[in-house]
Design a protein around this ligand. Structure first.
Ligand SMILES: CC(C)(COP(=O)(O)OP(=O)(O)OC[C@H]1O[C@@H](n2cnc3c(N)ncnc32)[C@H](O)[C@@H]1OP(=O)(O)O)[C@@H](O)C(=O)NCCC(=O)NCCS
Length: 266
């Protein structure tokens, strides 16, 4: 059975943590991180370390150049997400550090100002709620730290922060080929609801979760298994109301599960 009722919960960063972390980041995350790892919000003082990590990943550690496109970023990112104590003007960045205090992973959460242009339009989020959005904007884990659950941790952490900040609509935009990214986000309860052009000839899955609504469920009767290399060509199905719920890693390749949401959840 398809299930999205149990989002991955490696790193349990509860509401209490989030409240503490915003005004006064604690020295470490009270979570089951690998030994020696510590987490905190990045500040402006981390800008150089962040730029270096991003350069390393983008230049040498992407499976495909399409996984991460700098041209899809706002030129102000990441400086706009870093302040003297943590949060910047447009969002925040969670960071994970190894035992030598080197930044080895980060995840950004963009917090658009009320009325700011956003992908909420694509999803028809009620206009009364535009200031309730948060974007899981960008995340990277250095190659030697991958496969240990850190991305799942960064997603859960930012989800908890968004909740604490009363940003009920979580959004993310991911290239359809980057199944490592969308596969994890859908596991945290953010199905992809649209396939949308985002400019510069780029197409992205638009993922969404309303943190104040029950997790939606797929209608098993409409289930379709789509090979990864055909996912970017599913515009018509997304337009017809299909969502992407789950990644399946099979011996003959990677697949995405498309299905309509159960009727009561549309
Ligand atoms: C995409 C990316 C962030 C994933 O990071 P990662 O840290 O390797 O991801 P995780 O370790 O959390 O997950 C990888 C697997 O390890 C598993 N895993 C291994 N050890 C684990 C542990 N101790 N606890 C939980 N999960 C564990 C996870 O369950 C996961 O399996 P799944 O893919 O079937 O869910 C990373 O590959 C990356 O930086 N890519 C380049 C940049 C990029 O594309 N970013 C995303 C777009 S912004």
């Amino acid at each position: 059975m398809l299930s999205t009722t149990e989002p991955a919960q490696l790193c349990r960063s509860g509401g209490g943590l989030s409240w503490q972390i915003l005004p006064d980041p604690p020295p470490s995350l009270p979570a089951n991180l690998p030994t020696g790892l510590r987490g905190r919000l990045l500040t402006a003082a981390d800008a150089t370390a962040l730029a270096s990590l991003r350069r390393t990943v983008i230049e040498r550690q992407l499976d495909s150049p399409d996984y991460y496109r700098l041209e899809a970023e706002s030129p102000a990112f990441p400086a706009s997400h870093l302040g003297p104590w943590g949060m910047g003007d447009q969002g925040l960045i969670t960071g994970l550090f190894d035992a030598e205090q080197e930044l080895i992973a980060y995840g950004a959460l963009t917090l658009p100002a009320p009325g700011e242009l956003s992908r909420a339009d694509v999803l028809a989020i009620p206009p009364a709620e535009p200031d309730n959005l948060a974007y899981l904007a960008s995340a990277m884990v250095r190659a030697d730290w991958r496969g240990r659950g850190l991305h799942h941790c960064l997603i859960a952490w930012r989800q908890s922060l968004a909740q604490s900040l009363r940003r009920r609509h979580l959004l993310a935009a991911v290239w359809p080929g980057n199944h490592q990214s969308w596969g994890h986000l859908v596991a945290h309860g953010l199905p992809a609801k649209k396939l949308s052009p985002i400019g510069n000839g780029l197409t992205r899955l638009i993922l969404h979760r309303d943190l104040e609504a029950p997790l939606p469920q797929p209608d098993p009767a409409s289930r379709l298994l789509i090979p990864l290399d055909q996912l970017a060509a599913q515009e018509a199905r997304f337009a017809a109301g299909y969502w992407l719920w789950r990644r399946i890693m099979a011996t003959d390749g990677v697949f995405g599960v498309l299905a309509r949401p159960r009727p009561e959840e549309t």
